[in-house]
Design a protein around this ligand. Structure first.
Ligand SMILES: [Zn+2]
Ligand SMILES: [Zn+2]
Ligand SMILES: [Zn+2]
Ligand SMILES: [Zn+2]
Length: 346
């Protein structure tokens, strides 16, 4: 993630709620899309201190409980007292259970990080009144009698809150032979399913089938049964971003979409800090730069005994899939009215 600047010149980071140097409050402004100093206004309001912005804002209703630093525009009565990101969570964990508040906090943190990049890209996840499309929504649920499956259905992304427990998540990662398993990764993957529904279905299905395969044959449940019986194709690396992507074209799409969002996010950070020069209009340049950066980042992580930052190898068939996702993103960016040049995608 990029960093931001306080009025005192000190750096602010994505989750900042206060400048550590001058103690000015800070937060993520929905108007200028930056983490900015939030200046106290008499009697009790806040104003975004970003040059050229200056909107009146207030803290998200979840600030005290989980430290959400996304601000609410005072003129925005649509979401009430919560920020627009928190308002998308329809079900939060039962806070009377010990430890659940911490789980909710890290889930919202990861979600905020992912949604922010979607906003910069102009990928649509909010309600569209004209086309009668509801917003994406999130449910953070615990197993209770029936097991809760992390997944996406009809615009609802469900995350089993067990995934917010580091120990549980690492056990799952090792048992499923996954090179990484993270909360941001879950959100990116499930949003991949969401964007298939919203941007591909009824719009670009044929084109997508040519690249990812026909999602109707075999159907999803047959494909899933087969996958859990026989496992992934042994030579999956020649065509797929992950073993799980071999299960069904929808999973291939979601896995590749997740990797695409990983890439865009990491490249944006790398470029912000001057580590890479990257042309965000050219997918080949993006992939090549990401792979180069990945080699260095992987070695740094190995130096510290951590899992690889970029475990994927982007062979030609995967780049072809990425290219399709990039055209979806650039088209969405063009339609979104998101400021051109934020990620230079327009
Ligand atoms: Zn400061
Ligand atoms: Zn602002
Ligand atoms: Zn919030
Ligand atoms: Zn999936």
């Amino acid at each position: 993630m990029r960093s931001f600047v306080c009025k005192c010149g000190n750096s602010l980071y994505f989750d900042s709620t206060q400048c550590v140097k001058c103690r000015t409050e800070s937060g993520l402004c929905p108007n200028c899309r930056t983490v900015s100093p939030m200046l106290r206004q008499k009697p009790d309001g806040l104003r975004c201190g970003q040059e050229g912005c200056g909107v009146l804002v207030h803290r998200c209703a979840n600030f005290a409980e989980i430290g959400c630093n996304r601000m609410v525009n005072c003129d925005d009565s649509v979401h009430g007292l919560m920020c627009d990101y928190c308002a998308l969570t329809a079900i939060i964990p039962d806070l009377s259970v010990k430890g659940n508040c911490d789980k909710w906090k890290v889930l919202e943190q990861a979600k905020r990080r992912v949604l922010y990049i979607l906003d910069l890209l102009g990928l649509p996840f909010r309600a569209d009144a004209v086309h009668e499309i509801p917003s994406v929504s999130f449910e953070f649920k615990a197993d209770a009698g029936v097991p809760v499956h992390t997944g996406h259905e009809d615009g609802v992304i469900t995350i089993n809150i067990r995934e917010a427990d580091d120990v549980e998540r690492e056990i799952a990662r090792v048992s499923f032979h996954e090179p990484q398993r993270t909360l941001v990764g879950h959100f990116r993957h499930e949003l991949g399913h969401y964007f298939w529904d919203r941007l591909v279905q009824g719009h670009r299905e044929e084109e997508c089938r040519e690249i990812f395969g026909d999602e109707r044959n075999p159907d999803y449940s047959d494909a899933m049964t087969r996958y859990y019986e026989t496992g992934p194709l042994p030579a999956w690396r020649e065509n797929f971003i992950s073993a799980y992507a071999t299960m069904h074209p929808w999973e291939d799409f979601a896995e590749t979409f997740g990797a695409y969002l990983d890439m865009v996010t990491v490249l944006d950070t790398g470029r912000h800090y001057g580590l890479v020069a990257c042309d965000f209009c050219d997918i080949d340049s993006m992939v090549a730069t990401y792979q180069q950066l990945g080699i260095v980042a992987n070695e740094l992580n190995r130096d510290m005994g951590l899992v690889d930052l970029v475990p994927e190898v982007f062979v030609a068939p995967i780049i072809r899939k990425m290219k399709f996702l990039h055209t979806l993103t650039t088209a969405a960016h063009g339609e979104s009215g998101a400021p051109a040049g934020v990620l230079e995608l327009a």
